[in-house]
Design a protein around this ligand. Structure first.
Ligand code: 13P
Length: 287
């Protein structure tokens, strides 16, 4: 059964480790993440962006697929199904569809509007026993070809949102979605410390987990980060393994064109990436 992310993140914050959010795109992705979490006895959060939800034909399909897998694969570790960077409407749809967790990304609104909308969702999530992630200070990354450097959140705004009763808070600390540019200055630990100081026990979320050096990940966890999002790194691993299979001409040998064979190296590559991250984040055997 899907669970809210609240308990796993409270334990992570207290135990000084982080739970990984791995974004899913299809059946292979979902199966790879769930099986790895079970093998490593780790809690896990499945992230679904609105685009990925649409790609998989809608949030209800995602809920059906994930619930089916939890049962058929005998998954017993805590699993949360979480909307990533949701709009207000997207959040409502996921609540309705049976997600156990949502992120409302109101970071592009003026802070008053972000507060108003987040507050409404806090009430609904409390009633449904769901966890809610809010965001302050937008996370950088490529959008329509423009690469943003990643904004740093205002710690007072973080406190205002945290005080509304959200479960976890994503604060921009110079992190970026996708690959980091050559001239990236690194995470702003100064900002993270200031946010932590204002928000106390609130589990903090680090987006843009792909490509952040290990020592920075560890330091961020020591400063209150309890959830780390990884998406691009699984995509790169999947693409790389699939390319190697095709370039080696394996799809032309025997029944190598069978999708169950063709997608197997990519599937294994996702599993290896998720394992590496769970070990780095310290969530192994924390189920
Ligand atoms: P990356 O794609 O950089 O790993 O970021 C994932 C993320 O933060 C999803 O919200």
């Amino acid at each position: 059964m899907l669970v809210s992310a609240k308990e796993m993140l409270t334990k992570a914050r207290e135990g000084h480790y982080a739970v990984g959010q791995f974004n899913i795109n299809n059946l292979e992705w979902t199966k790879a993440v769930l099986l790895t979490a079970q093998e490593l006895n780790s809690p896990v959060i499945l992230g679904v962006s609105e685009g990925a939800g649409k790609y998989m034909t809608g949030f209800k399909t995602v809920v059906g697929m994930v619930n089916g897998m939890l049962e058929e694969l005998n998954i017993t570790v805590p699993v949360a199904l979480h909307l990533d960077h949701g709009t207000f409407e997207g959040c409502c749809k996921c609540i309705e569809a049976g997600f156990s967790s949502i992120m409302f990304d109101g970071s592009h609104y003026p802070i008053e509007e972000n507060i108003e909308k987040t507050k409404e969702l806090v009430a609904v999530c409390a009633e449904k026993g769901m966890s809610l992630e809010a965001e302050v200070g937008s996370i950088g990354g490529e959008e329509d070809g423009v690469v943003g450097m990643g904004e740093c959140a205002d710690p007072n705004e973080c406190k205002a949102i945290a005080d509304l009763g959200v479960t976890m808070l994503a604060a921009g600390i110079g992190n970026i979605h996708g690959k980091y540019p050559e001239n990236w200055k690194g995470l702003s630990f100064e900002t993270l410390e200031a946010v932590k100081e204002k928000t106390g026990d609130m589990p903090l979320v680090l987006h843009g987990g792909t490509g952040i050096p290990e020592d920075m990940i560890k330091k961020a966890i020591s400063l209150g980060v309890a959830k780390i999002n990884v998406n691009t790194e699984c995509q790169l691993a999947f693409a790389d393994a699939t390319r190697k299979y095709i370039e080696a001409g394996k799809d032309l040998q025997g029944k190598g064109y069978d999708p169950r064979k063709l997608l197997a190296p990519g599937f294994e590559a996702i599993k290896a990436t998720v394992k590496e991250k769970m070990e780095l984040f310290g969530s192994v055997n924390k189920a």
